[in-house]
Design a protein around this ligand. Structure first.
Ligand code: NAD
Length: 265
């Protein structure tokens, strides 16, 4: 894939999957904008990739817009937004809910994607199109018992990308989710020993970055790409939910106004 002349924003680009994505996108010719709350490591990745760094807390709608506005001023356009910043739940499922912890994971994992999309779409529309990819997780496709809040946010990211895709398509904008299994990044450092002790294969951050490139190169939209060790990344095939039936057993299409893209059947 040739990305010369393209500008790519990577949130959570200071570490792990985001940093690997920055290196991979840069190697393919893209101009990189690293956005993260971690200034030290974010600036290091920007330096390595000949890119720029913006301090961005993805939980702020205004800050997402400010970063994209700055990109349009400095780079002229935004072509790729990899909305990747994320955390695991700071509390366990069997502990009493702490409101601040709940707001934090929803704010980063879900608001961060929704706000990033809201900021990127007008800029991409102005330049004739673009590609948005959000990092969900395998937990967006299958539940991760023990971290129900993480599952909640990642499932929502998958659903959001699938639901929004038909609306963005006429603007020339694609939106997809990547859904990696466990990947060897600082996020899983506290539990890495458990995988090692049973020989469970975990992905490298570079393998997830490769899946991002595969997803971009495929030019699909509304897809959720699973990324698992030992097999090629690919869009997950969702099973259709049975359509509503009238009393006579015939198919009941929903009102056209509620299904403007014909995608809701
Ligand atoms: N590592 C895994 O096993 C795994 C598996 C599936 C999905 N994911 C997802 O991949 C994404 C990247 O995670 P990773 O494994 O590279 O972890 P990581 O901890 O190495 O990187 C996460 C990055 O997000 C940044 N970040 C956190 N809060 C932020 C905020 N409010 N605003 C901006 N940046 C913020 C961090 O500073 C860090 O640089 C996350 O969305 C994560 O949920 C990870």
């Amino acid at each position: 894939m040739e990305l010369s002349g393209k500008v790519a924003l990577v949130t959570g680009g200071a570490s792990g999957i985001g940093a690997a994505a920055c290196r991979r996108l840069a190697a393919l010719g893209a101009r990189i904008v690293v956005a993260d709350v971690d200034e030290e490591r974010g600036r290091a990745v920007a330096g390595d990739t000949d890119g720029r760094f913006h301090r961005l807390d993805v939980t702020s709608l205004a800050s997402n817009h400010a970063v994209v506005a700055e990109i349009e001023v400095t780079e002229g356009h935004l072509d790729i937004a990899f909305l990747n910043a994320g955390i695991v739940s700071p509390t366990r499922d069997d502990e009493p809910l702490e409101e601040a912890a709940y707001r934090r994971i929803v704010g980063i994992n879900l608001d961060g994607v929704v706000f990033g999309v809201d900021a990127a779409v007008p800029a991409m529309t102005r330049s004739g199109g673009g590609q948005i990819v959000a990092t969900a997780s395998l937990a967006g496709l299958v539940p991760l018992p023990g971290d129900a809040l993480y599952t909640l946010t990642k499932t929502a990211v998958v659903a959001y990308a699938r639901a929004l895709a038909p609306t963005l398509e006429p603007k020339g904008i694609t939106i997809n989710a990547v859904c990696p299994g466990f990947a060897d990044t600082p996020m899983i450092t506290p539990i890495k020993g458990q995988f090692d002790s049973i020989g469970f294969p975990v992905l490298t951050a570079d393998q997830v970055a490769d899946a991002l490139i595969d997803c971009l190169a495929a030019h699909g939209t509304g897809e959720a790409w699973f990324v698992q060790p030992g097999m090629p990344a690919a869009p997950y095939r969702f099973r259709n939910v049975p359509a509503a039936r009238k009393p006579d057993g015939s198919h009941a299409p929903i009102p056209a106004d509620l299904d403007p893209h014909g995608a809701g059947r």
